[in-house]
Design a binder for this molecule. Structure first.
Ligand code: 8X3
Length: 252
C-alpha cells in the first residue's frame, strides 16, 4: 500500500479532526489541514511538519466560493487527493423544534450537509478520474436515531448518512472506498458549541461516564485507511462502553 497518501481533513483544528491529523502525521500520510481558524491551523501545521508534509487551506465551509477557490488553489503536488475526511460539523443549540433558533438551523444545515457537499464536489471528480480514493464521512448516532431537542442536528446527520450511502453506490464503479464513522458521546468542543459556551451544561453531557475521545475515533479512521485494497470498512458505529443508544447511557 502507498504509505504516502494525501489526506484532506476538514475541521482539522479541533476535536476528532485534530486527533486524526496528529495520528495520520505519525503514520506517514501527507496532510491537507482545513479549517477557518488561521492561528490554530498554522500552529498544528508547524507541529506536524516535523513528521510529514503538511499544507493548510483556510476557508469557511459554508461559503461555496471560498471552498472552490481554496481547493483549486492547491499546488499540483497536492492535487491528487487520496483520502477525503469529511469531518467538519457541529451541533448548534438544543431547543425543541417549535422554538428552535433559525440561525442555528442554518448553521447546521450549511456546515454539516452543504459544506460536506461543496468539498466533496470539488474532490470526488479527481478520485473518479484516477479510479482510486477513499472517503470517510463523520456521521453520528444522531444520524440513525433521533432524541429530544436533537431535531435539526439529527436531520443533518441523517442527511450525512444518506449521502454516505449514496456516495458508496455512485462511486462504486470507480473503485472508491466510502467509510461512515458514526460516534456516540465523544468529549470534544462539541457540547460547548451545542450549548453556546455554557461549560457546565457541556460537562454534564459526559458526567458520570468515560466518554470517547477524539483519539479513539482517530484510531478507527486509521484502521479503516489501512485495510488491504480489497477491504472497505463501510460503517462503524462506536459508543463509549457506558452508552447503549442515543438515549440510553449509564452514569455512575
Ligand atoms: C454527537 C453525538 O449523541 O450528542 O454527534 O448526538 S450525540
Amino acid at each position: 500500500m502507498n504509505s504516502k497518501r494525501i489526506v484532506f481533513i476538514t475541521g482539522a483544528t479541533s476535536g476528532i479532526g485534530e486527533a486524526t491529523a496528529r495520528l495520520l502525521a505519525k503514520n506517514n500520510f501527507k496532510l491537507i489541514l482545513c479549517g477557518r481558524r488561521k492561528d490554530r491551523l498554522e500552529k498544528l501545521q508547524t507541529e506536524l511538519a516535523v513528521m510529514t508534509d503538511v499544507t493548510t487551506l483556510l476557508f469557511e465551509i459554508r461559503n461555496r466560493q471560498e471552498v472552490v477557490n481554496a481547493i483549486q488553489s492547491l499546488p499540483t503536488a497536492w492535487k491528487n487527493i487520496d483520502v477525503l475526511i469529511n469531518n467538519a460539523g457541529n451541533a448548534h443549540g438544543f431547543d425543541p423544534i417549535q422554538s428552535g433558533n433559525v440561525d442555528d438551523w442554518d448553521a447546521m444545515i450549511d456546515i454539516n450537509v452543504k459544506g460536506l457537499l461543496y468539498v466533496s464536489r470539488e474532490i470526488l471528480p479527481g478520485m473518479v478520474d484516477r479510479k482510486s480514493g477513499h472517503v470517510v464521512n463523520l456521521g453520528s448516532i444522531a444520524g440513525r436515531e433521533v432524541y429530544a431537542n436533537g431535531n435539526v442536528y439529527c436531520a443533518s446527520k441523517f442527511a450525512v448518512e444518506a449521502l454516505t450511502r449514496s456516495m458508496r453506490i455512485d462511486l462504486n464503479a470507480a473503485g472508491i472506498k466510502v467509510t461512515a464513522i458514526q460516534p456516540g458521546l465523544v468529549e470534544t468542543e462539541f457540547s460547548l458549541v451545542r450549548f453556546k459556551g455554557d461549560a457546565e451544561r457541556a460537562a454534564n453531557a459526559y458526567k458520570g461516564l468515560e466518554p470517547l475521545r477524539g483519539d479513539d475515533i482517530a484510531d478507527l479512521i486509521l484502521f479503516a485507511l489501512t485495510r488491504p485494497a480489497h477491504v472497505v470498512v463501510a460503517d462503524l458505529v462506536v459508543f463509549p462502553t457506558a452508552q447503549a443508544s442515543a438515549t440510553v447511557v449509564r452514569r455512575d
